[in-house]
Design a protein around this ligand. Structure first.
Ligand SMILES: Cc1cc2nc3c(=O)[nH]c(=O)nc-3n(C[C@H](O)[C@H](O)[C@H](O)COP(=O)(O)OP(=O)(O)OC[C@H]3O[C@@H](n4cnc5c(N)ncnc54)[C@H](O)[C@@H]3O)c2cc1C
Length: 384
């Protein structure tokens, strides 16, 4: 085993789209950046490991003028040029090349950060270092820098540093949010596994695994759209775990999602209701796409009312335009629709005060763990 120390100006932990954009932005400002990602590819939920489509302020064409520019915009344009078919592996490459093009970034793939050294009072904590284990290389790497960015999605680094955070839904009267429940609870959006299918050009049989769920015993065939030939994000509604703990119950959630994917495929292939004789599974996700976990508390907590009022904060640094997009706690087993949407009249703004910790002095964050209520997170979570 090797122990080593990497010293830089900024350590970005988490190589999803949030971490990638943050690292590239810092590098272009002349900062020496360590980008630390615990999986073998960059992109987080948008990567070929999970395959979530990148959405943003255009909201599928409702705000046509609003497509993101900046670093995200560069990757969009490159993707349109090199990858018009939306091949997930080519998208991985575009993200990787965007990072590799920056000489100021040192990229650490396969490096899982799970130790944080921090000190100071609870209202003024300071991170000294984070430490990760690089899988496959037996390297224990300690990262030191004056500033740290938690872009892990789940917010492990900030949590270990003692940063204030929220989990679940705020009560309605806390911020006066119409879509918040009357009393606060632990409910989050659930996690999802997706799958891809293809026409093999000849008949293919499917023998379901013993753990495949009989989906005819669930509301799924009646309440959700199932079509032969659909793939990937068409199945965004294969969602579960909103009433569990999406991190600590991650393995249980994955098993339930797998049982339903194979149950759906059994239904498509073997129920006789679909034209699917030549169809086969091309890819099945193994890494649950997590929608929601910790949301850090910054100097400002973005709310439903800010989104709907399109509050023009003096310190606005980013914009969004996707709807507030919330899902029922029961996910795919809910009798109701899989999502509900509330649109502002155009774009809304994200203040800088929502992107740094209220009590850890050198911690910033980006992505799905920013300082927003559960309801506001319903829109800020989309990636672009
Ligand atoms: C099924 C599903 C459908 C969705 N639909 C859409 C959609 O259509 N369009 C859209 O734009 N958004 C959608 N979202 C939301 C969006 O995917 C997330 O909000 C988004 O991925 C957040 O980006 P992120 O970079 O903050 O987090 P993530 O994408 O989760 O990335 C975090 C990264 O950090 C890494 N990491 C975590 N912990 C550590 C650690 N300890 N050390 C090192 N690295 C670590 C992870 O491997 C991961 O790569 C959906 C989400 C899901 C799950």
């Amino acid at each position: 085993m090797r122990s080593e120390t990497e010293v830089s100006d900024i350590t970005v932990i988490g190589g999803g789209l949030a971490g990638v954009c943050a690292a590239v932005a810092a590098a272009r400002l002349g900062q020496k950046v360590a980008l630390v990602q615990n999986r073998p590819v960059l992109g987080g939920n948008s990567s070929s490991e999970v395959r979530v489509w990148v959405c943003g302020a255009t909201a599928h064409g409702i705000n046509r003028y609003a497509r993101e520019t900046g670093i995200m915009g560069e990757m969009f344009v490159e993707n349109q040029y090199r990858n018009p078919d939306g091949n997930p592996y080519l998208w991985d490459l575009i993200i990787l090349e965007t990072v590799r093009a920056e000489p100021n970034i040192t990229l650490f793939l396969n490096t899982d950060v799970h130790e944080v050294e921090a000190d100071g009072d609870s209202d003024a904590r300071q991170i000294r270092s984070v430490t990760g284990w690089m899988m496959g290389s037996e390297r224990r790497i300690r990262f030191e820098s004056p500033v740290f960015l938690d872009c892990t999605g789940d917010g492990l680094v900030g949590f270990l540093a003692g940063a204030k955070y929220r989990l679940g839904r705020e009560a309605r009267d806390e911020y006066g949010e119409e879509w918040a429940p009357e009393t606060a609870d632990d409910v989050t959006l659930g996690s999802t596994l997706l799958f891809y299918t293809k026409d093999a050009g000849h008949p293919v049989k499917f023998v379901p695994p013993v753990f495949a769920k009989d989906i005819t015993q669930t509301p799924i065939p009646i309440k959700r759209v199932i079509r032969s030939g659909d793939s990937g994000c068409h199945y965004w509604w294969i969602e579960w775990g909103g009433e569990l703990d999406t991190v600590h119950d991650n393995e249980r959630i994955r098993d339930e999602l797998w049982s339903v994917i194979y149950g759906i495929w059994d239904y498509i292939k073997n129920s006789g209701k679909f034209d699917a004789a030549n169809m086969t599974l091309e890819w099945v996700g193994a890494q649950p796409g997590k929608r929601e976990y910790r949301r850090f508390v910054g100097d400002y907590v973005l709310t439903q009312n800010d989104i709907m009022a399109q509050e023009p904060f003096g310190d606005r640094v980013a914009f969004g335009g996707w709807s507030i997009d919330l899902h029922p706690p029961q996910g795919m087993y809910a009798e109701e629709s899989g999502s509900k949407h509330m649109h502002a009249d155009g774009n809304y703004h994200v203040p800088f005060r929502s992107l740094y910790s209220a009590n850890v002095v050198n911690l910033l964050f980006a992505g799905r763990n920013i300082s927003a209520t559960h309801v506001a997170f319903g829109t800020t979570r989309v990636m672009a």
